[in-house]
Ligand binder design. Structure first.
Ligand code: AMP
Length: 182
């Protein structure tokens, strides 16, 4: 059973939903950097207020800060884990590789869940999170295309990439993922 997993894909592709489904049924840690950052925002600390502004602009939070959050949470886990929303750029991917080498827990599979852009936009607008208005969605998609999309080739080169068609019902998708990690 593969237990060190990465979920990649554009905002709205269903990474978070699938990561929840798989981590619940396999008792893995679901590590969503977006979720952890939103928790920090909820605390209304000075840091939280800064993070809120960045999230609501659709841009990426500082690499060092996100790495610190990931390190703290990965250290807590001796079960499997699913990274959802991290890494978002090549420099985060390099930093992650180093951390995971030290932990001796390399990524076994990177699932790339994808969907047509017009479907993504519709889904995000329907989701209605604070950063899901049309202007912020456009920024997030542009940043995704420019800085996150190159990670597909990065993990493809490591021979751990699995492409998943995200335009199907939840169960069909999670069954396929489960089969690929069995
Ligand atoms: P998500 O829940 O993954 O859609 O993330 C929501 C927002 O949190 C993003 O638009 C970013 O502002 C921030 N964020 C989440 N993950 C990262 C990351 N790995 N690096 C930088 N910013 C992130």
């Amino acid at each position: 059973m593969k237990k060190h997993l990465l979920f990649l894909g554009p905002p709205g592709a269903g990474k978070g939903t699938q990561a929840s489904l798989i981590s619940n049924s396999n008792s893995y840690l679901h590590l969503s950097t977006g979720e952890l950052l939103r928790n920090e925002v909820e605390k209304k600390t000075t840091l939280g207020i800064q993070i809120k502004e960045i999230i609501n602009s659709g841009k990426l939070v500082d690499d060092e800060l996100v790495l610190e959050i990931v390190k703290q949470n990965l250290g807590l886990s001796n079960q499997g884990w699913i990274l959802d929303g991290y890494p978002r750029n090549i420099s985060q991917a390099d930093a992650l590789t180093k951390v995971l080498d030290e932990l001796n827990q390399p990524i076994e599979k990177a699932f790339y869940i994808n969907l047509a852009e017009n479907v993504l936009v519709k889904r995000l607008i329907n989701r209605g999170r604070a950063d899901d208005n049309e202007k912020i969605i456009r920024t997030r998609l542009d940043i995704y295309n420019e800085t996150t999309q190159p990670l597909i080739a990065y993990y493809e080169n490591l021979n751990i990439l699995e492409y998943i068609d995200g335009d199907r019902d939840l169960k069909t998708i999670s069954d396929e993922i489960k089969q690929k990690i069995a």
